[in-house]
Design a protein around this ligand. Structure first.
Ligand code: E4P
Length: 227
């Protein structure tokens, strides 16, 4: 399973890459706007230099006409370098662009997916990933995990190689549940990475180990006893 950072905050990305097994970074226009960067190209290059060439970098188009989406993808790919994916919202123009991009060998993540059939059509158009929005579905009394589960099943049943990249998470439970239904990739904000490993009993256990150890060995560490 792939865990991806849903952020354009370079400090947070640097920290996630240092400590967590991350497969890449996703952004969207809202995420980029939050950085208030006057140098969009510089921001993309900086993210790439932090994550290196082998991790995925997904950047979203802001165009809604197929030809413009393709043109943006071509230019973004040059700046982003490495393992690059253009994120294209699902629409008729988006599907047209995905087919063109596929023919050009540019990798695509179809985004803003809310239904199983949107995912199917994006996959058949040639998307490498489809990104259904879990929390936004849950917010409208739909069931984000169920939508992901059915997309995963559809792709298996129809032998479709496109991967599901579940997005829009607000809590650990949502991430765990999509993992349980076989979702191969999630993109989550940096704070959620920390929540995924947080448990008070873990902190308590480590404190107890430390206290027991120090009662016998003081401030010596394991490495000191091996010398
Ligand atoms: C990522 O690809 C999506 O754009 C993002 O996860 C949406 O998250 P939000 O619903 O928290 O804005």
């Amino acid at each position: 399973m792939q865990y991806i950072i849903d952020s354009a905050d370079t400090k947070a990305i640097k920290r996630c890459v240092e400590f967590f097994p991350v497969a890449g970074v996703t952004t969207n226009p809202t995420i980029i706007s939050r950085e208030h960067s006057s140098d969009f190209k510089g921001l993309i290059s900086e993210i790439r230099s932090i994550i290196g060439p082998d991790r995925m970098l997904h950047i979203q188009t802001t165009s809604d006409i197929a030809e413009d989406i393709v043109a943006e993808a071509v230019e973004l790919k040059k700046i982003a370098g490495g393992d690059f994916y253009i994120k294209v919202p699902v629409s008729a123009e988006g599907l047209k662009a995905i087919q063109v991009l596929k023919g050009m060998g540019i990798k695509v993540t179809a985004t803003a997916i809310f239904t199983q059939q949107q995912a199917m059509l994006a996959a058949l158009a040639g998307a490498d990933y489809v990104a259904p929005y879990i929390n936004r579905l849950d917010n409208i009394v739909s069931d984000g995990v169920h939508v992901v589960e059915e997309i995963v099943q559809l792709f298996q049943k129809h032998d479709i190689p496109t991967k599901v990249l579940a997005a829009s998470f607000k809590n650990v439970e949502q991430v765990h549940k999509v993992a349980m239904v076989g979702c191969p990739a999630v993109t989550i904000n940096p704070e959620l990475f920390d929540q995924l490993i947080y448990h008070p009993l873990t902190l308590y256990a480590v404190d107890a180990f430390t206290a027991d150890w120090e009662m016998v060995y003081g401030d010596k560490k394991v490495i000191d006893l091996l010398k």
